[in-house]
Design a binder for this molecule. Structure first.
Ligand code: F6R
Length: 242
């Protein structure tokens, strides 16, 4: 893993956006893996600005999001489809038909997982996968204890994850109990992975990622075994790294 230390959230966002632009600008048909949450929002803002000043076009880009809450329509403001549309896709020239987010409202969720995985495989590998990390080490919604071999699947969200995400909902009870997520094996197939880490509340997780053992109890630890990972972390996130 290559660690890039930056000053703060703004610098992390700038560096993350640069890497995505390099990928998008250098490939004929780039395939991006995208994340939601607070961490990548700044990256999406930078990419929108870059698009507006004609530094990047997403016309030939296909994107796959990591996850979606079960039971949520894409029109629900708390859904990840809505997040992506409002915070990124609606402001760039990507073909919306080529932006994929798992369907949390699918009648047959198991089948939805299989189809999503198949769709990903049909596009070969993801060229660049953007990731955030949960305080418990989750990537996507792969919670501690998830086998490293998992493909796209349905997960029960950990109480700590529902608590962390309650800030977007009226109350913790409103946070869905399940989600569909790309599996760890799915994520690991990506050619390049960019992990963004910002803020003191992620400092322990980052220390464990960098110095802990590779274990299913801490899903992000698998990234230590991937040949092409860039971790972009700000000073606050690196504050507990020994
Ligand atoms: C989001 C996702 C999650 C988040 C993680 C960190 O699509 O897959 O793994 O990256 O929960 O969330 P934030 O960035 O809100 O701290």
């Amino acid at each position: 893993m290559e660690i890039k230390q930056v000053e703060d959230y703004q610098a992390m966002s700038e560096a993350g956006a640069q890497l995505i632009m390099e990928t998008v600008n250098s490939l004929e048909k780039p395939v991006l893996g995208l994340a939601t949450g607070s961490t990548p929002e700044g990256v999406y803002k930078r990419l929108i600005e870059a698009h507006q000043s004609e530094k990047v076009s997403f016309r030939h880009t296909t994107s796959f999001n990591l996850d979606e809450y079960v039971g949520m329509l894409g029109s629900d403001p708390n859904s990840y489809r809505y997040f992506m549309d409002k915070k990124f896709f609606d402001h760039i020239d990507i073909d919306k038909q080529k932006t994929f987010v798992p369907n949390g409202k699918a009648e047959d969720l198991q089948r939805e997982c299989e189809q999503y995985e198949q769709l990903l495989m049909d596009h070969h590998e993801i060229d660049l996968q953007l990731l955030g990390i949960g305080t418990n080490g989750h990537i996507g919604f792969n919670e501690p204890g998830t086998p490293f071999s998992t493909k796209t699947h349905i997960v029960d969200l950990a109480p700590s994850t529902r608590k962390a995400n309650a800030r977007f909902f009226e109350s913790e009870q409103d946070v869905p109990e399940q989600a569909i997520t790309m599996g760890i094996a799915t994520i690991m197939k990506s050619k390049q992975i960019v992990l963004l880490v910002s803020g003191e509340k992620k400092a322990r997780a980052l220390d464990q990622l960098l110095h802990g053992e590779v274990s299913e109890d801490f899903p992000a630890s698998i990234l230590q075994t991937h040949p092409n990972v860039q971790v972009i972390a700000d000073k606050a996130a690196l504050s507990k790294v020994s």
